[in-house]
Design a protein around this ligand. Structure first.
Ligand code: MCA
Ligand code: AMP
Length: 518
């Protein structure tokens, strides 16, 4: 029977000599640590056999909240290999956030950091999770202790292209987090296309410095390197100096704009330091034109900006090479995200559901083999996010020029992107509104030199009561992931409202937009 398991395709691309190095990294104590392709194969086989031995039903979710490590990547590969559904969770999430995901996804297996076992396992067992394992970034924990006793060969489970491979929680356009269901076919078709579109070739080496719980670091970066049989220089945390030093031995880098901003602040970033590099890719948030230009001047390289979503993986990209269709004139154009990727349909519609004329602004809608099938157990939400003719509404607002370049000009969804992470105002406002003395709050995104955009909270106190801005931030820090904490909080007498009584966030944004200007 034909096997469409994504793992099988990735495994088939491993180099012939399995003893060559696949991943170079350093141990938690700073010692060099190398993993061969054989190590990846055996490690993922052992973990897949362990998962298989648990007798969990087909389609079971494996929820994972662990620090970045090569073993954590092997756990992802093992989950695919065994035919289960991978559910990655940001390490910054705290108990209320984890409780929501576990309650909603009902994973059969949860893997967490050893230091979090107490509280995570309590939540998981209450929700009916069968097994909770631990995995530390120093290869400690019960997952590997158990897996080491399992066989190091494993025949990948047979999966069809439409079978679910992963669930990624995202808030979509509104409301509470929803699990975007991605299939083996969604992930593989996108990876195969990107390998070609971005010109991956023999000898490429990827610097992997992104977290591995979101699309960018987990799918776009890892799949490309594995499908190309390329070595990865693996950083468990982004350190600008160390990444720049590694460029001598690498050819490809992927990052969110904040990583580029931070590297530009390093004097060691020069043309010489980057002369071996072939490609710098940016995405997940808008890349400022200043950053694009400064990077060009300092390094001689033109960053390739692309655009994607958790629900769709990659959608649109600037060209890798000038396209002969247009007399070789098309270049990577700063401020745009480039052209729809091969096989991806992109259209721009007005609020009336009609296509807008070329160059005019409207709602971006997409379709293609990369687009997810829906949100986990939320058929109504899924239906709301697709048009009648089955295009996915991205919630992004943009335009396409006569040449075909797509520019994102804003979002219709109420989303703040801070350092490449999404912050949903409604979620944070919900927590603030529960605090003593608070009548109402509004969270708005304002420009920030490092994170691109950050949240600022504006709060009204209950009549006759006091609300304390610093106290609010301190309390939120105990409840929410660190990147969601407003960078500033203001207590005011009233919020600007329109005639319908709705808070005018555009006015608040304008009021606070220079707060972080240097
Ligand atoms: C950390 N902090 C942040 C953020 N990260 N604040 C706002 N936004 C952030 N993103 C705060 C912490 O709360 C803390 O604040 C202080 O910064 C230092 O924390 P630390 O953990 O040391 O920060 P860091 O290690 O310097 O992290 C910054 C980072 C990281 C490297 C930019 O945020 C990061 O790796 N971002 C990449 C996200 C990513 O991979 N996104 C892809 C999503 P305090 O000191 O007050 O406690 S995939 C996607 O969007 C789509 C599909 C796509 O197109 O790719
Ligand atoms: P996520 O919810 O993590 O899937 O984030 C997806 C969102 O990130 C998109 O809907 C866009 O709003 C934003 N995004 C991703 N790449 C870019 C980019 N290059 N420029 C502007 N926004 C981007």
């Amino acid at each position: 029977m034909k096997n469409d398991n994504l793992f099988s395709a990735l495994r088939a691309a491993f180099p012939q000599d399995l003893d060559t190095i696949a991943v170079e990294t350093t141990s938690a104590s700073g010692e060099p640590l190398n993993y061969s392709w054989r190590d990846l194969d055996r490690m993922s086989a052992r973990i897949a056999n362990l998962l298989g031995s648990l007798n969990i039903p087909s389609g079971s979710r494996v929820a994972v909240q662990v620090e970045k490590s090569v073993e954590a990547m092997a756990l992802y590969l093992a989950t695919l290999r065994a035919g289960y559904v991978f559910l990655p969770l940001n390490t910054a999430y705290q108990s209320a956030e984890i409780e929501y995901f576990i309650t909603n996804a009902e994973p059969a297996v949860v893997v967490c950091s050893p230091q979090n076992f107490g509280w995570v396992s309590k939540i998981a067992f209450q929700c009916g999770t069968q097994s909770v394992f631990t995995l530390g970034d120093d290869r400690s924990g019960t997952l590997l202790e158990r897996a080491v006793h399992c066989a190091d060969t494993h025949e990948p489970a047979v999966r069809q292209s439409d079978d679910m491979a992963a669930i990624l929680y995202t808030s979509g356009t509104t409301g509470r987090s929803k699990g975007a269901m991605l299939s083996h076919g969604n992930l593989l078709s996108n990876a195969v296309m990107l390998k070609d579109y971005w010109g991956w070739r023999a000898g490429d080496v990827l610097i992997h410095a992104l977290p591995i719980f979101h699309v960018h670091g987990l799918f776009v970066a890892i799949h490309a390197a594995l499908l190309n049989g390329s070595k990865m220089l693996w950083f468990s945390k982004f350190e600008p100096k160390a990444v720049i030093a590694a460029m001598e031995r690498a050819t490809v880098f992927m990052g969110v704009p904040t990583l580029y901003v931070r590297m530009l602040a390093e004097p060691s970033l020069t043309k010489t330091a980057t002369r071996n590099m072939r490609l710098f890719i940016s995405g997940s948030a808008p890349l400022l034109i200043e950053t694009f230009r400064e990077w060009q001047e300092r390094t001689g390289h033109t960053i390739l900006e692309r655009y994607g979503m958790s629900e769709t993986i990659m959608l649109v990209s600037n060209p890798y090479r000038a396209d002969s269709r247009y007399d070789g004139q098309d270049e990577r154009r700063g401020g745009t995200v480039g052209f729809p990727l091969p096989g991806v349909g992109v259209r721009v519609q007005g609020d009336d559901g009609q296509p807008v004329p070329v160059g005019e602004i409207g709602n971006i809608q997409v379709r293609g083999p990369n687009v997810f099938s829906g949100y986990w157990r939320m058929p109504e939400k899924t239906a709301e996010e697709f048009t009648k003719d089955a295009w996915f509404k991205t919630g992004d607002v943009g335009k396409v020029d006569a040449r075909g370049y797509v520019t994102i000009v804003g979002r219709s969804k109420d989303l703040i992107i801070s350092g490449g992470y999404n912050v949903y105002p409604a979620e944070i406002e919900g927590f603030i509104n529960e605090l003593p003395g608070v009548a109402e709050s509004a969270l708005v995104g304002v420009p920030h030199p490092d994170f691109g955009e950050v949240g600022v909270a504006v709060v009204i106190a209950k009549p006759g009561q006091m609300a304390d801005a610093e106290g609010i931030i301190a309390t939120l820090k105990k409840q929410l992931a660190n990147f969601k904490i407003p960078k500033r909080c203001f207590v005011v007498n009233e919020l600007p409202r329109n005639t319908m009584g709705k808070v005018q966030k555009n006015l608040l944004r304008a009021q606070y937009q220079d707060l972080f200007k240097g």
